[in-house]
Design a protein around this ligand. Structure first.
Ligand code: ATP
Length: 234
C-alpha cells in the first residue's frame, strides 16, 4: 500500500434545507492512494461529481475536510488553494471549458506557461496524435465538436503531467475507439509517471481498468467498496 494523496474526513455537501434537504455527499471518509487509479461509480445523482469537485478544491464542503498530501484544502485562503490546485491537480471536467478566444494550440500551451513548466515535446506529440488533434491545433474551441473540445481538454490536462488527475466521465463525449485509446493512455501514463487518477465514470471499461472501485449511493460510500478496508478508512 502506498501513501495517501487525498484523504476526506466526514466530507459532506448538503443543498437546500427542511424537506428539500439534499445530502449530495454524506460523511465520506475516503483515502486515495498515490499512484493508483480509482474509479468512482454510482447511479446518476449519487454524488460523484460533487465529491470529485470537493476533492479538487473546487467546491467548499458543508462539513468535513479534504487533505491533499496532508494539507487541509479548505482551511487555506482562496489564493493559496488556487495555487495549490494549479500546481498539483489536472482536471478533466466536462464543464471545464477551453478558453474561447485562444486556438487549441494556445489552449494547450497556456497552462504550461502559467505553471512555468517546460513542455515535453515527444509527450505532446503522442497526446495530440492519440487524441486526433493534429488537424485541429489552429482552430478555436467553438469550431470543434463537443467530443473534439473534450479531447483538447484532456490533452491540456495531461500535458502538465500533474501528480493527481481528477476526471469526470472522461470517455463520456468521445467515441468508443477514442475512449479505449484514452484508457490505454491513462494506464500507460499511470505506470510511467506514477500519476494518481480519480475517475468518475459510468463506463464499465473505464471502471474495469481501475485498481480500485469506490461505489457511491445516496452520497455515501458503500461498505463493500474497494478491495480492502484500510484502517477504517475505505
Ligand atoms: N448546485 C446544486 N444545487 C442543488 N442540488 C445539487 C447541486 N449540485 C448537485 N445537487 C444534487 O446533489 C445530488 C448529487 O449530484 P451529483 O451531480 O454530484 O451526482 P452524480 O452522481 O455526479 O450524477 P451524474 O452521474 O448524473 O452526473 C443530486 O441529487 C443533485 O441534484
Amino acid at each position: 500500500m502506498g501513501s495517501e494523496i487525498i484523504r476526506t474526513e466526514g466530507l459532506s455537501k448538503y443543498y437546500g434545507d427542511g424537506e428539500a434537504l439534499v445530502k449530495s455527499v454524506d460523511q465520506v471518509n475516503l483515502s486515495i492512494w498515490k499512484g493508483e487509479i480509482t474509479a468512482i461509480v454510482g447511479k446518476s445523482g449519487s454524488g460523484k461529481t460533487t465529491l470529485l469537485h470537493m476533492m479538487g478544491g473546487l467546491e467548499p464542503p458543508t462539513k468535513g475536510r479534504v487533505l491533499l498530501d496532508g494539507s487541509p484544502l479548505y482551511e487555506m485562503n482562496d489564493s493559496r488553494r488556487t495555487k495549490f490546485r494549479r500546481e498539483r491537480i489536472g482536471f478533466i471536467f466536462q464543464k471545464f471549458q477551453l478558453i474561447p478566444d485562444m486556438t487549441i494550440r494556445q489552449n494547450l500551451q497556456f497552462p504550461l506557461d502559467v505553471a512555468g513548466k517546460k513542455k515535453d515535446k515527444a509527450f505532446e506529440e503522442e497526446l495530440i496524435s492519440m487524441l486526433d488533434l493534429e488537424d485541429r491545433l489552429g482552430f478555436y474551441p467553438h469550431q470543434l465538436s463537443g467530443g473534439g473540445q473534450q479531447r483538447a481538454a484532456i490533452a491540456r490536462a495531461l500535458l502538465l503531467k500533474p501528480d493527481l488527475i481528477l476526471a469526470d466521465e472522461p470517455t463520456g463525449n468521445i467515441d468508443e475507439a477514442a475512449g479505449q485509446e484514452l484508457l490505454k493512455f491513462i494506464l500507460r501514463s499511470n505506470e510511467k509517471y506514477g500519476q494518481t487518477f480519480v475517475i468518475v465514470t459510468h463506463d464499465m471499461a473505464a471502471a474495469g481498468m481501475a485498481h480500485r472501485i469506490v461505489r457511491l449511493k445516496d452520497g455515501m460510500v458503500q461498505p463493500d467498496s474497494g478491495e480492502e478496508n484500510r484502517r477504517g478508512h475505505v
